[in-house]
Each structure stands twice: as structure tokens, then as C-alpha cells.
Design a binder for this molecule. Sequence first.
Ligand SMILES: C[C@H](N)C(=O)N[C@H](CCC(=O)O)C(=O)O
Ligand SMILES: [Mg+2]
Length: 362
Amino acid sequence: MKIVDIQMGDLIIPLKKPFKTALRTVNAVEDVVVKIITDTGHVGYGEAPPTAVITGDTTGAIKWAIEKHIKPQLIGMEIENFEEMMIRLDKTLVKNTSAKAAVDIALHDLYGQLYNAPLYKLLGGYRKEIITDITISVNDPEEMARDSIEAVKLGYRTLKIKVGKDAKMDIKRMKAIREAIGYDVDLRIDANQGWKPKEAVYSLRKMEDAGLNIEFVEQPVVAHDFEGLKLVTDNVSIPVLADESVFSAKDAMTIIQMRAADLINIKLMKTGGIHNALKICSIAEVYGVECMIGCMLESKLSVTAAVHLAAAKSIITKIDLDGPVLCAENPIEGGATFEEYKITLSDSPGLGFKEVKGVDFS
Ligand SMILES: C[C@H](N)C(=O)N[C@H](CCC(=O)O)C(=O)O
Ligand SMILES: [Mg+2]
């Protein structure tokens, strides 16, 4: 199974509602889809979102990195020579993790097809069904309470609440949501780097004192401030999860050894794909640090890859793979099945895609 072509196209899917975090507001998924074609007629699919505020990756940069740097390294390679392809993908350029992730995902899709097995089984095969949370965008407290009630009605048992815009208002937001939904539903919060370290300690302690029962807080402070993250971790009881602070296995090692966070959020778009995400899983296993698997604003294509990883690895105990259910349409046939909170894998080879509609690869 030899690679003969790598093609790209644009995937645009409107969201059901605007997605709002402390970092950005988005109305649609606007991602780059990668299609790798082999001499045997097999096709592997991957996807890259241009999440410039987090990864630095833009649509143009993703396409250029793949066309001019990655593609020449991979054309003509045999899929069975997998390790060599992963080394080339890593070494051909630094950073550009979303472009690398899209290609890594498509290659893993083909790897599964080569051995006629679903990817999650090749990676460990721990389970085939997982349960995701759903994200509640940051808005005024009343609107967030209404959105939370709606999510609970749809069956979600865990809500991920976006905060980080204004520490005092964030406490009001969390009180309004808890009051609206009661205590049967788990609440995790994501500040997306929006607080200063001491501000984070202040607001999290207030939430503790109010008995809001927060499962964990995600990325309270700016990504590069590992000391600030540690200050928060050392001074609150709510567990702290590192998201934007951890892209690489090296970042994970540093954060864990500093004890700067209690949990790690693995996202394929930060690691550059499954190959490097597995290294973070191994490090986390060594230290007994549980991981969450997350996503950017991504469709079912790349999120299916994250589902396979989550289904394979027991160290991934928390799931934030709601990208596909935030989308108003699904142009992808095959892959994982998303029924609101319930995500199920089929036993089709690779990632199991049948068709990607509405993307022009010419
Ligand atoms: C979509 C997912 N639930 C999520 O919240 N991801 C964000 C970043 C998403 C983005 O801005 O595209 C996160 O965990 O920080
Ligand atoms: Mg986050």
C-alpha cells in the first residue's frame, strides 16, 4: 500500500450556536480536510482546524505545510513502513501541529485498513463506547443557565462551562448554572487562560466556599505560565487540568514533574496527531496522572480519530469530544457514531469513513 497522492479541501459546517470562549467566538467549523490516496485505491482521511489563538495554525499555513513540506516526504512511502513515516512527519518541520495531526490521522486510517482492523483495537482496544461532556459557551449567567438546562434535557451528565472573561462574573455564572440544574450533573470549567494566577485562586476558592462542586478547572492561566499554573494547583482543592500548557510529551513531562497540574488534556491538534499523543499517554501512565481527551472546533473526521485513541487507552478517563454535536450538519458518512453524549465505534477497518460530502479536493 504505497502513497501516490495527498489532496486537500475545505470543510465548512455551520454551528448550532455561536461557540464562545475567553479566547474567541466562532460561528462555523472551517477546517482543512486531508485525503491520502494509495496505489491500491485505499483512502485515508484527516482534518485540521485553524485554531490560530491556541496552536498558531491558520488555514493557509496548514495547506502550505502539507503541500510544500510534508507531502514531498511521504509520496512513494509504503504504509507498512509506519515508524519511518512518523519520524519524517515529526522532523520535516517544527510546530505546525494541526497540519501534522491531519496527516498523522489519515496515515493511521490507512494503517488500520492495511491490517484490516479498527484503529482502536490496534492501539489497545480497551472499550468501544465512550461518554462525552458538552460545552456551554460563555455568555451572561441567565443564558448559560438556560443552555445548561437544555443540555441536561438532552441527556448530558457532564457540562464543561466556559469562563475566564471576568472572575467575579464567572462566580455568578457558576452559581446560576448550579442553581438551575441541581447537583446530579457534573460541572467542569474551562477558563481558557483568562485569569491571572491570584485571580484564579480567588474565584476558585469562592466556588469551593459556595459548595458548587466543580469536578476540575481547565487552563486557568496563560499557557506559558507553568509557575502560575502551579500556584493555582497548590492553593485550591479543585483539581487543575493543563490544556494549552501541554502540546508535546516534553510539556507533559515538565508539568507533571513540577506538579503544576493534576490532570492533562490531550488534543491531537496540539500533539501533532496520535503518534505523539500516545507518548503523553505513556508518560501519564508512568506517573499515574489521568488524562482528558479534548478537541478544537472539529468535525466528525478528526474527532473520530480522538475517539479511537480514547477507546484504546485506559489512562484517558475524561472525554470532551463534543465538536461533532456542536455542528448543525454532518457531511461525513461512517466513522464514530455520535448520539449526543454517547459515542460508539464500529469495527470497520481504520477509522471507518465511507464518504466526505461537500469537499472539493481538486
Ligand atoms: C470544543 C471543545 N469542547 C473545547 O472546548 N475546546 C476548547 C478549544 C476549542 C476552540 O477554541 O476551538 C478547549 O478545550 O479549550
Ligand atoms: Mg480547554
